[in-house]
Design a protein around this ligand. Structure first.
Ligand SMILES: O=C(O)CCC(=O)C(=O)O
Length: 285
């Protein structure tokens, strides 16, 4: 128990200073193999694996094959996402009394996949509040197979938004100095977990090996976070959360703590009509 408390304290210190933390050997070999097998099947079932050659795919699909929110349909994935070894650490890192599931996402880099572009997760999420990603390595991840790379301390620049990206945000000299630091590459063994803040700039290398590099990310949001903007976001829109309201619907259940080791129920099917959906399509000239 003392050892556990000590390692959580180290993770908290690393996370606060650098915006990321490395937790080694969290899942056992058998647990990792079981999770990877479930996700392999989910990618096939969701038709998320493209048959087109990498060079002919859209930008994101050249970087990785992915699908979202497998927790909604797979009890065993829900159990991993709500595992106190993962969700409990997420809460400790965010210094939150409770955390909710925000989303999950597979990140499978096929042999030959391109590097993952440098980005800050929060730009895609209409959330006011803190979020942390637990990136679970399902295979040993080397510098050659697509290790994650973090810009240490870059979370200190705070959140930016889509609008910042579109309009070209003017960073202050201090912020620019943080973002332009040399990224740190983080190879890890399977079963290890990399935690990063939603404001930490990060990327991943290309997969130059003949093997898949499989990873699974679970994103947690501190309980009490609110919708910050009308940026479309399926799970928040489907839960009917207006701007300014708390993100606390059935698609964002409490992950930690859970009463008596219980798991959240799967969410209801998406509503047939959501105000603002489908998104307007620009007329083709
Ligand atoms: O696995 C990757 O290549 C990228 C992961 C990532 O960007 C994330 O977890 O936010």
């Amino acid at each position: 128990m003392e050892e556990w408390a000590e390692s959580v304290a180290t993770l908290r210190r690393d996370f606060a200073e650098g915006g990321f933390a490395v937790a080694e050997a969290v899942l056992s070999g058998p647990e990792t193999i079981e999770l990877a097998a479930i996700l392999d099947e989910a990618l096939v079932r969701r038709r998320a694996l493209e048959e087109r050659p990498l060079a002919e795919r859209a930008v994101l699909n050249r970087q990785f094959s992915h699908c979202y929110n497998v927790w909604e349909e797979e009890g065993r994935v829900r159990a991993v996402a709500c595992d106190p070894r993962i969700a409990g650490i997420a809460a400790a890192l965010l210094e939150a009394g409770a955390v909710r599931l925000f989303l999950d996402q597979t990140f499978y880099k096929e042999p030959g996949a391109e590097s993952t572009s440098l980005h800050q997760d929060i730009t895609r999420w209409p959330v006011r509040g803190r979020l942390v990603t637990a990136w679970i390595a399902l295979d040993d991840v080397s510098l050659a197979s697509g290790a994650l790379a973090y810009v240490p301390g870059s979370h200190q620049v705070g959140p930016s938004s889509w609008l910042d990206l579109v309009t070209g945000r003017q960073w202050s000299d201090d912020q620019r100095a943080l973002i332009e630091r040399e990224p740190v590459m983080v190879p890890v063994r399977r079963g290890s977990i990399l935690f990063h803040d939603a404001c930490t700039f990060h990327a991943a290398g290309p997969n130059t090996t003949p093997h898949r590099r499989r990873a699974f990310a679970v994103v947690y949001v501190a309980d009490g976070a609110e919708r910050s903007s009308s940026l479309p976001f399926p799970s928040i829109d489907w839960d009917g959360v207006p701007v300014g309201d708390r993100i606390a619907g059935p698609r964002h259940p409490l992950a930690w703590p859970r009463p008596d080791g219980s798991l959240p129920p799967p969410p209801p099917s998406p509503p047939t009509h959501v105000p603002g959906w489908p998104l307007p399509v620009a007329p083709v000239a």
